[in-house]
Design a protein around this ligand. Structure first.
Ligand code: CMC
Length: 392
């Protein structure tokens, strides 16, 4: 017998108290430090949202300037990272490279283990926010076999990232402000989402006192899976696989079939039993980006919209409260901007870094938080005596 609560998948366990993000899954509400995600996505910028999530308040003009300037001082990677990259296969999955290199960054900042010093911790949070775009762009360039492009300080966070990804020589790429806006909005929509699997992983890894960059690397690893951050890549694959509107009913039936493991990617959520508020903004953004790039009539958008319409009217999806989630439209946007599918979850990681870091810092400051150590219900063999090998 045991006295533990059995809660596989943690559907009814609150692992911590937090002041960062509020979700009401039944109503489809998401607030960061009290601000609705829709307002932030429409009116704010990613650096502002980072400041809000990290420090609790939107910045004043001068605070934002200092915040942006500090980020810009820390965007470069150490040159030793070049050799680290050369060890990877050219066609490595970008998430494999990201998991390894984020963890590897810990080697340059041994002082970050000393979490007692708030100034050092603040600096390490900024370092990670500053280096993630450089690292992620470098991963893309490595896959493409192109030269790395250095960060440029005259650009905003999103513009700089796009330039590092898509510029080949110094002057060939002009960052389109509307695309930069869409990129920035993508970052805002993924910035934090309370105790999801990867954030819980970061907290659990960090709860042992591990290096903060190593804890974030654990979060990156967790995000990779298709049930979590990998859903955006899986969703675009699925839309391509469906290919045309007339094949949608066949896939809807597959998703409903208990004997078929197929699921509609980009549908359903553990917490949202209503339309994911992030998906609403992402949907509008997808239309804007495709309009802008003259891609509005592509089969992929038609399939996505029709699939959404049919699923929202289908009894199975209504009964199980399965609505489109943030990943349903994000792949379409990223694909249109020009990112290879394999990069999608890397972009999610880049955006979620601020949430991971803020949650980790909150945990370290919280005196109620001890090392995370769930218990189990043992179902194995009862005690028995060892049998020498010749007698087995
Ligand atoms: N298509 C078809 N059926 C589904 C789907 C789907 N996408 N999602 C859930 N169901 C069914 C599932 O078969 C189960 O049916 P039953 O009760 O008859 O066994 C019921 O709905 C509940 O599903 P569950 O797997 O118990 O729910 P969960 O809370 O453990 O899983 C989820 C949530 C997001 C992993 C799941 O909905 C899923 O696999 N969705 C597809 C992948 C996806 O889009 N993930 C992104 C999530 S949002 C962003 C992020 O977290 O990164």
């Amino acid at each position: 017998t045991n006295h533990f609560t059995f809660d596989p998948g943690f559907t009814s366990t609150a692992s911590c108290e937090s002041q960062i993000t509020f979700i009401d899954g039944d109503e489809g509400v998401l607030l960061h430090r009290g601000y609705p995600i829709g307002q932030l996505a429409e009116q704010s910028t990613f650096p502002e949202v980072c400041h809000l999530i990290l420090y609790g308040e939107l910045p004043s003009t001068s605070e934002l300037e200092v915040f942006n300037d500090t980020i810009k001082q820390h965007t470069l990677l150490h040159t030793q990272m070049d050799r680290f990259f050369e060890g990877f296969r050219r066609d490595s999955h970008p998430m494999a490279m990201l998991t390894a290199t984020v963890g590897g960054l810990a080697s340059f900042y041994p002082g970050a283990m000393d979490s007692e010093d708030p100034a050092e911790r603040r600096l390490n949070s900024i370092r990670l926010l500053a280096k993630m775009p450089t690292l992620c762009a470098r991963i893309l360039k490595y896959n493409l076999g192109q030269k790395y492009v250095d960060p440029r300080n005259e650009y905003s966070y999103a513009e700089n990232f796009l330039n590092m990804c898509f510029s080949v020589s110094a002057e060939d790429y002009k960052v389109d402000p509307a695309i930069a806006k869409a990129m920035d909005r993508f970052f805002i929509l993924h910035a934090d989402h309370e105790q999801n699997a990867s954030t819980s992983t970061v907290r659990l890894a960090g709860s042992s006192g591990a290096h903060p960059f190593a804890a974030v690397a654990a979060g990156v690893a967790c995000l990779w899976g298709p049930s979590h951050g990998g859903a955006n890549e899986a969703c675009l694959n699925m839309l391509h696989q469906i290919g045309s509107v007339d094949r949608i009913p066949e896939y809807i039936e597959k998703a409903k079939d208990k004997n078929d493991p197929f699921r509609l990617m980009g549908f359903g959520h553990r917490v949202y039993k209503n339309y994911d508020p992030r998906a609403k903004v992402m949907r509008e953004s997808a239309h804007e980006v495709l309009d802008l790039l003259g891609l509005k009539d592509t089969p992929i958008l038609k399939v996505a919209m029709e699939l959404e319409r049919i699923a929202l009217e289908d009894e199975y999806f209504i009964d199980k409260k399965l609505y489109p989630n943030v990943d349903f439209y994000s792949g379409i946007i990223l694909d249109a901007i020009g990112f290879p599918k394999q990069m999608f979850t890397v972009l999610f990681s880049l955006a979620r870094t601020v949430g991971w870091v803020a949650q980790l810092n909150e945990m370290i400051d919280d005196p109620t938080q001890r090392i995370g150590r769930p218990r189990q219900i043992y179902t194995g063999a009862a005690k028995r005596d060892y049998v020498p090998i010749e007698k087995r």
